[in-house]
Ligand binder design. Structure first.
Ligand SMILES: Nc1ncnc2c1ncn2[C@@H]1O[C@H](COP(=O)(O)OP(=O)(O)O)[C@@H](O)[C@H]1O
Ligand SMILES: [Mg+2]
Length: 397
C-alpha cells in the first residue's frame, strides 16, 4: 500500500512536470513563432533593400549606357574599373580588351604618344586633351577629360569622359584649308594681274624688236617672245586656280563621267589595271560633268604616280541611304600610300611630296567636291595603298 502511495505521488509529480513542460513548450513555440515572423519581416526588408540596391544599380547603369559620351572609371593605379558601351565604341576596342592599364590601352592600342598620355593621366586638375587615333583602318579624333572622383571611398579614383570629335575636327581642318585657299587665291590673282600687264608690254616690245632686228639679235628677241608666252601660260594657270570656275550643275550620270575619265587617261596609264565595280543603282547627280571628270582624273593620276609595279586601281560606287540618298565613289590603289605625317596636308594647296609636283591636284579636287555639296575623305596605309572616298547627294526627281 505504501508503494502504491509512492507511485501515485510520483505520477502526480510527473503529471505536474509534464504540464509545466507542455506549458513551457507552448511558450517556446509561441516565441519561436514570434522570432520566425520577426525573421521573415527582416528577410523581407533585406530583400526589398537588395532589390532597391539592384534597381539603383540598374538605373545608374542605364543612365551610364544612355549617355552620348564614353565614360571610363579608373582606380588609383589608373586601371579600368568600369566603362560604358559608348566608350568602347568610340575608341573601337572590344569589351574583353577594355581592362588593365588605361595608359597601355591609349598608347599601345590607340597609338597616342606615351608622353602625352602620362601628362594627361597625371594632371592634378581637370585636364582635357585631344588625340588622333587609328580606328578600323581609318583615323578618328577623340577628346578626353579626366576628373578625380570626389566623395568616393578612394579619392584617388578618377573618371574619364571620352567624346568622338572626328566630324568637328574634319570641319575645322576643312575650314582652315578653305581660308588658306582663299588667301592664296587672292594673292595669286593679284600677283597674276600685276605680272600680266608688264608682260603684255614686254611681248609687244619684243615683237616690235623682232621685226627690226636680224641674225643673232632677232633670235634673242624670239627667246624673249617664247619666254613671255610661257610665263603667261603659268600665270593663266594660277588665275584658273584662284578664280575657280563656278560649277554648272545639271542632271548627269556619275558612271558615265567615270568611264569618260578612264577612257581619257590611257596616255598616262602604264602597267596599271583599272577595275570598275559600279554597285550604285542611283547614279545620277546634280553635277558638273567636266569638273567631276577633272576631279576623278586628278585622283586617278595621283594613284598611277604612287604605284611602282603591278598596279591595280579599283573604282567602286555604292549608294547610302539616310535622310538623303548619297552616292559614294571610292578610288582604291595599291600604291606607296601616304605617311601619317602627310595625310592631314594632302588637300592643302601647294603641298607635294613629288619632285615636279605642283601640289594643286587634290586642292582642286576638294574645291570641286565642295561646290557639289559633297565630302571627300582619305584612308591610307604606308606601303599598302590609298583609298579616296567621295560622297555626293544623288539627283532627286
Ligand atoms: N593615291 C595616292 N597615293 C599616295 N600619295 C598620294 C596619293 N594621292 C595624293 N598623294 C599625296 O598627296 C600629295 C598632293 O597631291 P596633289 O595635290 O595631287 O599634288 P601633286 O600630285 O602635284 O603632288 C602628293 O604629292 C602625294 O604625296
Ligand atoms: Mg597630283
Amino acid at each position: 500500500m505504501k508503494h502504491l502511495n509512492l507511485l501515485n505521488k510520483a505520477f502526480l509529480n510527473f503529471n505536474q512536470a509534464a504540464i509545466k513542460l507542455k506549458d513551457s513548450y507552448e511558450k517556446l513555440q509561441a516565441r519561436v513563432g514570434e522570432l520566425n515572423s520577426e525573421l521573415e519581416e527582416k528577410n523581407r526588408c533585406l530583400q526589398a533593400s537588395l532589390r532597391e540596391n539592384e534597381d539603383i544599380k540598374n538605373y545608374l547603369k542605364s543612365i551610364l549606357e544612355s549617355l552620348p559620351c564614353g565614360v571610363i572609371a579608373l582606380d588609383a593605379e589608373k586601371n579600368v574599373l568600369t566603362f560604358n558601351r559608348k566608350a568602347q565604341s568610340i575608341i573601337g576596342i572590344p569589351a574583353e580588351e577594355m581592362k588593365g592599364s588605361f595608359c597601355a590601352i591609349l598608347t599601345s592600342r590607340l597609338g597616342i604618344p606615351v608622353r602625352d598620355v602620362e601628362s594627361f593621366l597625371n594632371a592634378k586638375t581637370i585636364s582635357n586633351f585631344e588625340a588622333r587615333i587609328k580606328k578600323d583602318y581609318s583615323t578618328a579624333y577623340i577628346s578626353l577629360n579626366i576628373t578625380a572622383l570626389k566623395n568616393s571611398k578612394n579619392d584617388r579614383n578618377s573618371v574619364v569622359v571620352i567624346q568622338d570629335i572626328t566630324r568637328l575636327k574634319r570641319l575645322e581642318i576643312q575650314a582652315q584649308r578653305n581660308s588658306k585657299l582663299i588667301a592664296i587665291g587672292k594673292m595669286a590673282a593679284k600677283m597674276a594681274h600685276e605680272i600680266r600687264n608688264p608682260l603684255g608690254s614686254i611681248e609687244i616690245f619684243a615683237s616690235v624688236l623682232r621685226k627690226e632686228l636680224s641674225g643673232e639679235s632677232k633670235k634673242m628677241a624670239d627667246y624673249i617672245c617664247s619666254a613671255v608666252k610661257n610665263l603667261n601660260h603659268i600665270v593663266c594657270n594660277y588665275l584658273f586656280f584662284s578664280r575657280f570656275p563656278k560649277a554648272r550643275l545639271k542632271k548627269m550620270d556619275i558612271h558615265k563621267c567615270l568611264d569618260d575619265t578612264i577612257n581619257s587617261i590611257w596616255f598616262v596609264k602604264r602597267d596599271v589595271k583599272i577595275t570598275k565595280k559600279y554597285q550604285a543603282s542611283k547614279h545620277f547627280i546634280n553635277g558638273d560633268h567636266e569638273l567631276l571628270k577633272q576631279a576623278s582624273f586628278n585622283i586617278i593620276l595621283n594613284s598611277i604616280q604612287a604605284i611602282k609595279t603591278n598596279g591595280i586601281i579599283t573604282i567602286e560606287t555604292h549608294n547610302h541611304f539616310n535622310e538623303e540618298t548619297w552616292i559614294e565613289i571610292k578610288f582604291i590603289d595599291n600604291g606607296e600610300g601616304i605617311s601619317e605625317n602627310d595625310i592631314d596636308k594632302i588637300f592643302d594647296p601647294f603641298f607635294t611630296t613629288k619632285e615636279k609636283g605642283t601640289g594643286l591636284g587634290l586642292s582642286i579636287v576638294h574645291n570641286i567636291i565642295d561646290s557639289h555639296q559633297g565630302t571627300i575623305q582619305v584612308e591610307s596605309t604606308k606601303g599598302q595603298g590609298t583609298a579616296f572616298s567621295i560622297m555626293l547627294p544623288v539627283f532627286e526627281e
